[in-house]
Design a binder for this molecule. Structure first.
Ligand code: NOJ
Length: 563
C-alpha cells in the first residue's frame, strides 16, 4: 500500500475544484490537414475560441495510436499520438498554447483494457497458455468437453459475450482453437490483469510520461472495473448492472481498486502542484462512490446523476444536495455533467416527451428509425436552463464540445456511416453513440461547416443554423450565453457551498452562494411568480430572454441574480 505525499501548498494545487472543464473529442473538433479527422494542431488553432469561451481546462478524449474499434478507447500505444491526429511535438505545442491561454490539460487514461493491437496483446496471442505474456490479460480455458464454451456468462457492454476464443500459435495445441480472453467491451479491447505487477508498473510509467510532458490531470476510464474476481469457477453475472453494491460484485467496484488508485495518487503527488484526476466510475449513489474521490486516491469522481435525471425541479434539487454532501464527505468537490461522447446530447434528451425513459432513448436510436415526437425548441430551452442551474453550483462543471452551440443529437445518421461498436455487436439493432460525435460546425457557409476535410461522420444541413460563426456576437445565442456564464461563474465560485432558498420539492429551485449570488430555476412549463426578495433589476443572466423576467420567471428558465 502506498503512502501519498502530504497535501501540497502550491497555489495551483486545487485548481480543479471548481473548474469548468471542456471535453474535446479530438477526431470531431477541428481538422487542420483536411483528412476528415480532427487533430491536435486543429485544437491548437482553435485555442482562441476556447479561451474566449472562458473554460479552465480541456479534457482530451483518447488521441493515442488506435485502430479505432471503439473511437480511440482501444489504445495500441499509451505513450504516443495517433499519427492521423499529429505527433508528440504537436501535443507539446497544444499544451504550450493551452497553458499560455491559462487553460489546463487533462488527458484520458484507459487502464481497464488495451487494444488487441497493443504489443503486449500481440505477444500474448503468440505465446502459449500459462506464459507470462498471457498473464498480463485474462486468458482462461473454456468450459465444456472441448473448452468450446466461454469461461462464464459475462456479457460485453457493447452487446454479445465478453469472451473471445483464440487460435493457439504456440504450445501443444498450436494451430487449434484454444483459450478464451476477457473483454468487457469490444473484442478488440482485451481486459488487463491488474493483479499483475507489470501492468501496475506500466501505468505508473504512462502517468509519469504525460505528467512530465506538462499535462495537469487525468480522466480515468472505467475506473471501477480494474479489479475482478477471477477465482474459479467464475461466478455467473448475466447482466452488467451492479445489483448489490457492497464490494461483492465479481466485476465492479471491488475494494481492491482503491489500492490501485492509492498507488496512482503517490505518482500524481510526485509533482507540485499534484496532478489532478477524475474517475469515471458508474457506481450507484452510495458512500462507496465517494472513495474514488478521496484525496488519497483520484481526488474527484464523475457522478452521472443529473445526466440521468428528468428535467424536474425536485429531482435536480435532491441530486444536487446529495452530490454536494457526498463530495464534502470525501474531501473532493462535486462534479456535474449533462453531455459527453457516450450519451445523447442533452438538448435532444430534453426535447423528448416528459415521460421518456432510457428505453425511449434506446428506441430512438434503433435502426428502424422510430423517432418519438420531439420538441427541439423546448429541448434547447430546457438544456440552457439546466446548464445555468449547473454552472452556478459549487464544484467542477464538465462540458462537452458543441453543447455551447446548443447542438442537437444527429439521430438519423445513415447506417453506412455508423462506427460505434455497439452498432456492430448488436447486429445493427442499436445505433450507439455516433450521433453526439459528429464533427463540429464552425461556419455556416464554409465547406464542411469549416471543420476541415470531408468529416468521418456526415454533418446534417441543419448544422448551418447552429454553427459557431452564426452565434458569435449574436445576443441571446447559446454560445454567448455560455461565454457570459463562464465569465460570471468566476465571481460565483468562491466558497464551495450554497444555501437553498426554496423548499425540498416543487418546480421552483432557488439557491444562494455565500457571496450573495443567487440562481433561480423554474422547471415548470408555465411562468411562476418571482419569489419575494428577488430584485429583477439584479438579474444579470437568463437562459431565456431577460426581457421576459418581470414579475414572473418564464417557463423552463434559469436566472442568475447578482448580490
Ligand atoms: C467509457 C468511455 O467513455 C467510452 O467511450 C468507452 O467506450 C468505454 N469507456 C470503454 O473504454
Amino acid at each position: 500500500m502506498s503512502n501519498p505525499a502530504p497535501a501540497s501548498t502550491h497555489p495551483e494545487a486545487t485548481w480543479w475544484r471548481q473548474a469548468a472543464v471542456y471535453q474535446i473529442y479530438p477526431r470531431s473538433f477541428a481538422d487542420s490537414d483536411n483528412d476528415g479527422m480532427g487533430d491536435l494542431p486543429g485544437i491548437t488553432a482553435r485555442m482562441d475560441y476556447l479561451s474566449a469561451l472562458g473554460i479552465d481546462a480541456i479534457w482530451l478524449s483518447p488521441f493515442y495510436p488506435s485502430a479505432l474499434a471503439d473511437g480511440g478507447y482501444d489504445v495500441d500505444d499509451y505513450r504516443n499520438v495517433d499519427p492521423r491526429l499529429g505527433s508528440l511535438d504537436d501535443f507539446d505545442a497544444m499544451v504550450a498554447a493551452a497553458h499560455e491561454s491559462g487553460i489546463k490539460i487533462i488527458v484520458d487514461i484507459v487502464p481497464n483494457h488495451s487494444s488487441n493491437l497493443h504489443p503486449w496483446f500481440q505477444a500474448a496471442l503468440a505465446a502459449a497458455p500459462g506464459s507470462p505474456e498471457r498473464a498480463r490479460y485474462h486468458f482462461l480455458d473454456g468450459l465444456g468437453e472441448e473448452g468450446e464454451l466461454p469461461p462464464s456468462d459475462w456479457p460485453s457492454h457493447f452487446g454479445g459475450g465478453a469472451w473471445t476464443r483464440v487460435k493457439e500459435a504456440a504450445g501443444p495445441n498450436a494451430g487449434q482453437l484454444g483459450q478464451w480472453y476477457l473483454h468487457l467491451f469490444a473484442a478488440e479491447q482485451p481486459d488487463f490483469n491488474w493483479d499483475n505487477p507489470e501492468v501496475r508498473e506500466d501505468f505508473h510509467t504512462t502517468l509519469r510520461f504525460w505528467a512530465d510532458r506538462g499535462v495537469d490531470g487525468f480522466r480515468v476510464d472505467v475506473a471501477h472495473a480494474l479489479d475482478k474476481d477471477m477465482s474459479l469457477p467464475l461466478r455467473s453475472k448475466p447482466a452488467l448492472e451492479i445489483l448489490v453494491d457492497d464490494g461483492s460484485d465479481p466485476l465492479f467496484d471491488r475494494d481492491a481498486v482503491h489500492e490501485i488508485f492509492a498507488g496512482w495518487r503517490s505518482v500524481l503527488n510526485e509533482y507540485d502542484p499534484p496532478k489532478a484526476a477524475v474517475a469515471e466510475a458508474w457506481v450507484p449513489f452510495t458512500d462507496r462512490r465517494l472513495k474514488y474521490a478521496r484525496p488519497t486516491e483520484l481526488g474527484q469522481a464523475f457522478n452521472f446523476d443529473l445526466l440521468q435525471a428528468h428535467f424536474d425541479g425536485t429531482e435536480f434539487r435532491t441530486i444536487a444536495e446529495k452530490c454536494l454532501s457526498e463530495a464534502e464527505a470525501s474531501g473532493a468537490s462535486s462534479t456535474w455533467v449533462f453531455s459527453n461522447h457516450d450519451v445523447v446530447r442533452h438538448a435532444s434528451r430534453y426535447a423528448l416527451p416528459d415521460d421518456s425513459t432510457l428505453e425511449t432513448l434506446e428506441a430512438w436510436l434503433l435502426s428502424d428509425g422510430v423517432t418519438p415526437a420531439t420538441d427541439l425548441a423546448r429541448g434547447l430551452r430546457r438544456a440552457r436552463a439546466a446548464t445555468l442551474f449547473m454552472l452556478g453550483l459549487p464544484g467542477s462543471a464538465y462540458l462537452y464540445q458543441g453543447e455551447e452551440l446548443g447542438l442537437f443529437e444527429v439521430a438519423d445518421l445513415p447506417a453506412a456511416a455508423l462506427q460505434d461498436p455497439t452498432w456492430f455487436r448488436t447486429q445493427h439493432k442499436i445505433k450507439g453513440r455516433d450521433g453526439c460525435r459528429v464533427p463540429l460546425p464552425w461556419s455556416a457557409t464554409e465547406l464542411n461547416f469549416g471543420f476541415g476535410g470531408t468529416p468521418w461522420l456526415p454533418q446534417p444541413s441543419w448544422f448551418a443554423l447552429q454553427a459557431a460563426d452564426v452565434q458569435d456576437g449574436t445576443i441571446g445565442s447559446t454560445l454567448e450565453m455560455y461565454r457570459d456564464a463562464l465569465a460570471l461563474r468566476r465571481k460565483l465560485q468562491t466558497e464551495e457551498s450554497l444555501e437553498w432558498l426554496s423548499g425540498e420539492s416543487g418546480p421552483l429551485v432557488h439557491y444562494r452562494r455565500p457571496n450573495g449570488w443567487e440562481v433561480l430555476t423554474n422547471f415548470a412549463n408555465k411562468p411562476a411568480p418571482l419569489p419575494s426578495g428577488v430584485d429583477v433589476a439584479k438579474v444579470v443572466l437568463s437562459s431565456g430572454d431577460p426581457a421576459d423576467a418581470t414579475t414572473t420567471i418564464p417557463a423552463e428558465t434559469t436566472l442568475w441574480i447578482a448580490p
